[in-house]
Design a protein around this ligand. Sequence first.
Ligand code: C2E
Ligand code: MG
Ligand code: MG
Ligand code: MG
Length: 291
Amino acid sequence: LVAESGLRMFMRYDRQAVERKKHQLSLSQALHSAIEQDQLFLNFQAKYDIHKQALSGCEVLVRWQHPDYGIVPPSLFIPLAEQQGQIIEIGYWVLKQAFQALVNWNNKGIHIGKMAVNISGRQLMEPDFIDWIKRHLTQYGVNAALLEFELTETFLLENFDDCVNKLNVLSDLGISIAIDDFGTGYSSLAYLNKLPLNVLKIDRSLIADIESNLQTQSLVANIVRLAHDLNLRVVVEGVETVDQLQLVQQMGCDVIQGYFIARPQSEQGYIALLSSANSQSARSLSGDKDV
Ligand code: C2E
Ligand code: MG
Ligand code: MG
Ligand code: MG
């Protein structure tokens, strides 16, 4: 009986593995047509400046709406796209959409601070990348100073020499450069600072246990101190509670991003959030005058 249930368990496990493999295969085939069939779209997540007490920009996050699978999370399809090379096409698609959104907002008189776009390492390494950016900035009439590119800590660390020149050119164009997911690798910040960086984003995993783990608390406090010594602005991602907000505020973090402020949302949703935030601050200003 024991052996039988063991066998059954094994078969069930095996079937799951096969299903997973099948799913991955069809997902990777589906990814080929995702752009053509217009299945990708963007979400925007607000960032909040703790010092100014105001929204200060957003991060662009790509989404894939598949007719059968529903919304496929980027944590699943971005690594797949990186393996298969489609990240180049997807990355350019995201940038064009982001540029278009900036143009539309500017035309409507909506000013949002910076728009941050995630750039895959593989995309940065594409020989045409810098020229593509220059061409499209001109073509769309986008002010480079409104852009921030987020690159992950691990990529920067592993491709340090290749990054120096490219990031210098982007930085000279006026684009701000952020290290994303900092704290997940084991890099020395002093070393990374040889790159033209402006912003350091502390990874969500460190914020998740910041309230309960004293070691994480001192790690984050030290990262903030060192980042400020190196003239980097500190963005904390994954802030979900008021307690987390207060802790990172005490540590001197500059900007927060997380569900506590806003979830990633559609372009319309994000614009609605901006205008309600604006009218709220206008109301509190006129409130001040009345006193
Ligand atoms: P990331 O750049 O670190 O983006 C932040 C992720 O944290 C997003 O997940 C966001 O939805 C999530 N997040 C934000 N605030 C909170 C919070 O308070 N709590 C929790 N639990 N999560 C929060 P998302 O959208 O699933 O993206 C995952 C990753 O996929 C991104 O991590 C980024 O590395 C990658 N990615 C997303 N869009 C793009 C893109 O256009 N290009 C490239 N190359 N990568 C992208
Ligand atoms: Mg990011
Ligand atoms: Mg991040
Ligand atoms: Mg992250």
